[in-house]
Design a protein around this ligand. Structure first.
Ligand SMILES: NC(=O)c1ccc[n+]([C@@H]2O[C@H](COP(=O)([O-])OP(=O)(O)OC[C@H]3O[C@@H](n4cnc5c(N)ncnc54)[C@H](O)[C@@H]3O)[C@@H](O)[C@H]2O)c1
Length: 328
């Protein structure tokens, strides 16, 4: 049995592939390299192409008839970019995603794990959510995740697919073996900006200081990407062994951390204070939320193991390592 990982040359997908290989599972990668890196699939079974291209997907299955499950990580993921280019985001994440599912059904592959996102939640004032909480995606990017999840839920209800949608909270860190990590040297999320400020000896800007949180900054649930990757290995066992129809499962730590608290944790790790400035939220920014759910523990036997400090330390280490691996 093999698993096909779409988007497996990207940050999370490549980490998931490493976790699968470490667990003794065979993995094949399909990625169009729009954001993924060829270096991340070196020595791995790799096909370059889009998930919406039925011919490429068919070739992957002809070459690997033992693929019985797919982890669908491929997507465009930058919120402000999705605000500026909604058509591009719906075309790539939704239209191509639906085409991918149709091809998989045609090829007889019924088991799918989908990279969904906590950004689809509409958190109440308490800011913690479980899988039954109301949904209201607030950016085109988040809506693409919500829409494809709905499509998959309907395909599962029709009896066509077994689907586990994993709703990630805020991934940080990298593969602890330093094989892969964030490929972008200038990530737009808070930890990326903190590392940039630390390296440049400049100030870090908290974007959004009037959110209804304990200190006014956005609320996040920072989960280590290696923990996330382990959850995919567990989800593979579930989707292969049971007729799950559609499970939506939150993947977070269950601890809410504000952006200012992230700064404090960062200062503890690097051992020096970070100068901080304040600014208005960026387009598409949301107050955020954290998970209160036990569903991942109950259905997958999974809980996060690594601390926020582990994630910060690994992200910092990867910043050095990335220059060696990617030369930038
Ligand atoms: N990074 C996060 O904070 C976060 C949070 C929640 C959910 N997610 C989801 O996790 C998944 C992976 O995110 P990531 O952070 O690794 O992003 P990433 O950009 O590093 O990886 C996405 C990969 O998909 C590839 N890709 C994009 N469109 C494609 C297509 N049509 N066909 C084939 N390949 C395509 C890109 O080249 C890239 O390698 C995405 O689905 C994203 O929505 C990410």
């Amino acid at each position: 049995m093999k698993v096909l990982v779409s988007g497996g040359a990207g940050f999370i997908g490549s980490t998931v592939v490493s976790a699968c290989l470490d667990a003794g599972l065979d993995a094949v990668v399909l990625d169009d390299l729009s954001k993924g890196r060829r270096e991340y699939v070196k020595g791995r079974s790799f096909y370059e192409g889009s998930v919406g291209d039925g011919k490429v997907v068919q070739r992957v299955f002809e070459d690997n008839p033992d693929i019985d499950a797919v982890i669908h990580c491929a997507a465009r993921i930058v919120v402000p970019e999705s605000v500026a280019d909604p058509e591009g985001y719906y075309a790539n994440n939704v239209a191509q995603g639906v085409e991918f599912v149709r091809t998989l059904e045609r090829l007889g592959c019924r088991n799918l794990i989908f990279s969904s996102s906590a950004s689809i939640y509409d958190p109440g004032p308490e800011l913690y959510v479980d899988e039954t909480s109301p949904l209201a995606a607030h950016s085109p990017y988040a809506r693409t995740k919500m829409m494809l999840e709905w499509v998959l839920e309907d395909c599962a209800s029709a009896g066509h697919m077994n689907v586990v949608s994993l709703r990630y909270f805020n991934p940080i860190g990298c593969d602890p073996a330093m094989r892969t990590g964030l490929q972008d040297p200038n990530p737009t999320h808070a930890l990326g900006k903190l590392i940039e400020a630390y390296e440049n000896h400049s100030s870090f800007t908290v974007t959004g200081v009037d959110w209804p949180t304990r200190d006014g900054s956005g609320m996040r649930d920072y989960v280590h990407v290696w923990d996330l990757a382990q959850a995919h290995v567990a989800a593979l066992t579930r989707v292969r062994s049971t007729s799950v129809q559609h499970d939506a499962i939150n993947l977070g730590t269950g601890r809410g951390t504000t952006v200012r608290e992230l700064v404090a944790a960062f200062e503890r790790v690097v051992g020096r204070p970070m100068p901080v400035e304040e600014a208005a939220p960026r387009p598409g920014d949301v107050v955020g939320c954290y998970t209160r759910s036990d569903k991942a523990r109950l259905l997958l036997g999974w809980t996060s193991q690594r601390s926020i400090e582990d994630g910060i330390r690994d992200s910092l280490a990867w910043t050095q390592r990335r220059r060696l691996v990617l030369g930038a």
